[in-house]
Ligand binder design. Sequence first.
Ligand code: BES
Ligand code: ZN
Ligand code: ZN
Length: 477
Amino acid sequence: MHTKIGISNEIKASDHLVILADKDDFDWADLYLSNAQSKALMQAAADGLGHVHFPQVKRHVFVQFLKETSDETANREDARLAGAGLLKLVKHYKVKSLTVLNTCYNNCSLEFVEGMTLANYQFLKYFKDAKKRKSSLRKIALFKESASKKAVKSLKASIEGTELARTLVNEPLSYLTAEKLGEEIRAAGERYGFETEVLGMDKIQALKMGGLLAVNKGSIDPPTFSIMEWKPKNAKNSQPIVLVGKGVVYDTGGMSLKPTAKSMDFMKCDMGGAATVIGIFAAAASNNLPVHLIGLIPATDNRPGQNAYVPGDVVTMHSGSTVEVLNTDAEGRMLLADALHFAKKFKPELVMDFATLTGHAAMILGDQGICYMGNAEQSIKDKMERSGQEVYERLVEFPMWREFGDMLKSHVADLKNIGPRAAGSITAGKFLEHFTDYPWLHFDIAGPSYVFSPKGYQTVEGTGVGVRLIYDFLKNY
Ligand code: BES
Ligand code: ZN
Ligand code: ZN
């Protein structure tokens, strides 16, 4: 599943090669081509993002053309897509390791390797013939002039975090209960070197986390509330950045059962926000990012069983505010609210939450982007959007106008858990805002966190969206 990435200091005659080339500026003569080969090469070059394969006696040589336009964001993304595209051929020829050599003026070899590596991710745990299905490609080396050690290390960290997030999303409820998620968090902490604490039912009850407990009432499995901390000595921030992730390990909708069986098929993805946060911690810790982070993961499944919470219930939250539940399928905000209130005690300089929160967000942007909103400073939002362009996990900001908050007024409690159908993603954000008192950003990743078929370098199901975005943001923090 995991592709090794390294730097190679020399290219041996037996090393499989990928040459990244610009069609207008490429030394064709070096390749000693036959007429037929030159023709193929010209054709590929004309196609813009084409590639050509030259089988040699001891090795395969692939020439990959990249476009070099004035739009650098698009160039970088095209390089990632080219990496994912070429992987198909690389696997077809059962290539185990290859070296990437850049000859383009604008060096996109890191992005090319990123795309190829992310596309090479597989989740084979549940296949009897997993071995047979495994990709041949195990190792990619960048020729030393094509990338620095530092850049490769950083790339490895963000890919590893993304892969971890994908795996957690891909795990079904039959494995990944709330308690198991806690164990996975503990294991990631041990592996990457961050601190963890997993609170169980007793502590959650003692803390009066009413939102998390209400959602859990319909479940046989107990909830967990996991706390992570990454605190390097050289942290740049004096107050921590808190990352909160929705950890609904399965969402049936509860008593307000989801309207169609189909819409439940992929609801193992509803801990996508938690997966993103765990992935960010893995990436940040594995590359020693100098930022002090706290992670909070409230987790449970949402079911209509047991003594399930019902529409009309009034729940007293961890903050003391009361919530009238009018739809038990709007459960994510119930547990996120408790985590957001809990975050106050860290006196954070920034809190970011990640959640597969609303179907509306997915309706608006599909899997193409992330809806986000919040009251953090404009300069933070600008940096965030720049990171979004950089890693191609693009952001669209939604407004937080007070009228949307008015839509959550209740006759019996401090607020209700749903507004009218329209503007559903925004009222969800407004609900969360009620539990914050610090600079805050909310990311609704319901659309892009899960895809139904492979797309470019995104593999089917969990995408790990948000990990590369926030890793880039924190790297530049
Ligand atoms: N987990 C869902 C949102 C979701 C939908 C995630 C599609 C991923 C893909 C969430 O808990 C939910 O059910 N939201 C409701 C809210 C509504 C009841 C106000 C929704 O979006 O319909
Ligand atoms: Zn729901
Ligand atoms: Zn949900």
